[in-house]
Design a protein around this ligand. Structure first.
Ligand SMILES: [Zn+2]
Length: 473
C-alpha cells in the first residue's frame, strides 16, 4: 500500500512549502519537493497537509441526547442524561459511526471514546462501538467508563451525613469486566486500543483506581479519567480525602506519561506542578466546559508549566457536536480573556500542535503519531484550500483555526489507509447513517427528569445558591 501526495503545502520554518510526501507500508517514507511518485499519485495542489488530530475525550453514545438537555451544571445535567431510556447495541454502533465520521470530517484521525456502557450489556456495548470504529477505519481508543459508587455520591455533602445506595456492580466484577474487554478487543496493531478509565474520583473508590493501575501495568494500557471538571468536584475531593484530587491521584499512583485527564478546570498551582512533574496530560474540552458552566481551564498556565495539553470535543450531550476544528478554535481563543499578556496566547500553529502531537503524547504515541515526520505512521489529513471558507489565500493554518471551515477535509488516511476521499467517507454510506439516526429518534420537547429536581435541592445548598422559590419550575 503506497501512495505519493504531490505538491501539498506543509508548514515550515519560513511559512509554508509545497512538497511531495511518499507513504510506504503505512508510514511516512519521505517528505521533499519533486520526489518520484511511488504508488498511487494524490493531487495536493492548493491543499494543506497536516497530521491527523486526536479527539482526545468524548462519549460517543451521548449523540442520542445531543441538543436536548437544558442548561444545567454537570451534577444536574448528568442526572438528566442518565434518565434517558437505555440504548441498545445497534444505537451504540450508530453513534460510534456518527462520532467517527464527524471527527474525521473535522480533521481527527483518532478518537478517545470514554464509552458509557448499557447496564447488563457491557461487553455488547464495547463490541458495538468497536464494530463501528473498525468499519469507519478511524484509530480508536475505547475507554469503558466505569464507576463503583452511586451517582448521588458525586455531590459534596457540605458536612451532612449521607447514606447512598450501593452501586449495581462490585468493584471486583467491574475490573473483571474491563479485563475481559481488554482480552477480547485490545488490538493496537489493528487500530483498536483499550484504556482503563474510571469516570473520576467523584464516583470511584481507591480500590477501583488501584485495580485499573494494575491492569494498565499488566497489559500496557493508557489511563484515562475525568478530573476536577467542576467546583463541586473540588469541594468533594477535600471532603473525601482532605487534600486535592490531584494530590490524591498522585498518592495512589494513577498519574504518569500514559495518563490523560479530561477537563482539569479547577486545579491550583500546586496541582499544576504535580501534573507537570508526573508528565500527565490535560485534555481540554472547552465547549463542554462552557455549555455546563464548569469554568475556564487554566490552559495558559499548563502550557507555561510544561504540562502537555490535548483537545477533545467531550460527549455530544455537552457540546453538542463532534467538530474538532470548532473545539480547537474555541479552546485557543477562549484563553485570551484570561491573561492580558498576549505573548502567552495560543497561536493557530500551537493550537494545531496541541490537537495533533498533544493528543498523541497523551496516548503515549508521540513516537508514532502527531507530526509530519519521516518514519511516523501515516495518519494524515489533506485540507482543500480552494474551499470558500479557506479563501482568499492568506495563512492556511490561521484561517483553518480562526475561521469557520466548512467541509474542508479533502482526504484523510489512518495508518496509510484512505478513509476520506474527495470529501466523502470511503467505508460508510453517510446517507444510510443519517436515515438510521432519523429512524431511531423523534423530535422532543423540553423535558426534565424527576431525579434532577431531587438532586437540585442538595446541590443548590452546598453550592451556596438561593433555594428555589415555590412555584418555580
Ligand atoms: Zn466526559
Amino acid at each position: 500500500m503506497s501512495f505519493t501526495i504531490q505538491n501539498a503545502l506543509i508548514p515550515s520554518d519560513t511559512g509554508y512549502t509545497p512538497v511531495d510526501v511518499q507513504i510506504v507500508d503505512h508510514h511516512i517514507h519521505a517528505i521533499a519537493p519533486h520526489l518520484s511518485t511511488i504508488g498511487t499519485p494524490i493531487d495536493g495542489h492548493n491543499k494543506l497537509l497536516l497530521p491527523g488530530f486526536v479527539n482526545a475525550h468524548t462519549h460517543s453514545s451521548e449523540m442520542w441526547q445531543r441538543g436536548i438537555i437544558s442548561p444545567l451544571p454537570l451534577e444536574l445535567w448528568i442526572a438528566e442524561l442518565y434518565d434517558f431510556a437505555p440504548l441498545d447495541p445497534e444505537q451504540v454502533y450508530l453513534s460510534a459511526v456518527g462520532t467517527a465520521v464527524e471527527t474525521l470530517l473535522s480533521g481527527g484521525t483518532s478518537v478517545v471514546d470514554h464509552l458509557v456502557m448499557i447496564p447488563g450489556q457491557e461487553l455488547e456495548t464495547i463490541a458495538a462501538a468497536v464494530r463501528g470504529y473498525r468499519q469507519v477505519g478511524i484509530r480508536a481508543f475505547v475507554a469503558p467508563l466505569i464507576q463503583d459508587q452511586a451517582l448521588a455520591s458525586g455531590i459534596p455533602t457540605g458536612g451532612c451525613e449521607q447514606k447512598y445506595e450501593s452501586y449495581i456492580r462490585t468493584t471486583e466484577a467491574t475490573l473483571a469486566l474491563v479485563e475481559e474487554a481488554v482480552d477480547r478487543f485490545h488490538r493496537p496493531d489493528d487500530g483498536i486500543n483499550l484504556l482503563v478509565a474510571p469516570t473520576g474520583l467523584q464516583l470511584c473508590s481507591d480500590a477501583l483506581f488501584e485495580g485499573c493501575i494494575d491492569l494498565s501495568d499488566r497489559y500496557s494500557l493508557c489511563r484515562h479519567a475525568h478530573l476536577l471538571e467542576t467546583k463541586a468536584q473540588k469541594l468533594l475531593a477535600q471532603e473525601k480525602y482532605g487534600c486535592s484530587a490531584v494530590e490524591h491521584l498522585q498518592t495512589i499512583g494513577y498519574l504518569g506519561d500514559r495518563t490523560s485527564l479530561a477537563h482539569c478546570v479547577w486545579l491550583d498551582d500546586a496541582d499544576i506542578e504535580i501534573m507537570a512533574k508526573t508528565r500527565s496530560t490535560v485534555v481540554h474540552n472547552p465547549l463542554s466546559n462552557l455549555r455546563l458552566g464548569s469554568g475556564i481551564a487554566p490552559i495558559l498556565k499548563y502550557r507555561q508549566a510544561g504540562v502537555n495539553v490535548a483537545i477533545g470535543c467531550d460527549g455530544s450531550a455537552s457540546n453538542d457536536s463532534q467538530d474538532l476544528l470548532e473545539a480547537i478554535k474555541i479552546g485557543s481563543i477562549l484563553h485570551n480573556v484570561t491573561d492580558l499578556d498576549y505573548h502567552h496566547w495560543i497561536t493557530p500553529h500551537e493550537a494545531v500542535e496541541m490537537a495533533a502531537l498533544g493528543g498523541a503524547k497523551g496516548l503515549n504515541l508521540s513516537d508514532d503519531l502527531g507530526s509530519l515526520t519521516i518514519g511516523k505512521k501515516a495518519d494524515l489529513v489533506l485540507y482543500d484550500l480552494m474551499n470558500l471558507s479557506l479563501l482568499p489565500r492568506t495563512d492556511p493554518i490561521g484561517l483553518l483555526v480562526l475561521g469557520r471551515p466548512v467541509n474542508v477535509v479533502d482526504h484523510a488516511w489512518v495508518n496509510g489507509k484512505m478513509i476520506v476521499k474527495d470529501g466523502e467517507m470511503c467505508n460508510v454510506n453517510v446517507n444510510d447513517l443519517k436515515q438510521a439516526l432519523c429512524d431511531r429518534s423523534q423530535w422532543s420537547t423540553k423535558r426534565q427528569a424527576p431525579s434532577v429536581a431531587e438532586a437540585e435541592v442538595g446541590y443548590r445548598s452546598v453550592m451556596n445558591l438561593p433555594s428555589i422559590p415555590q412555584g418555580y419550575a
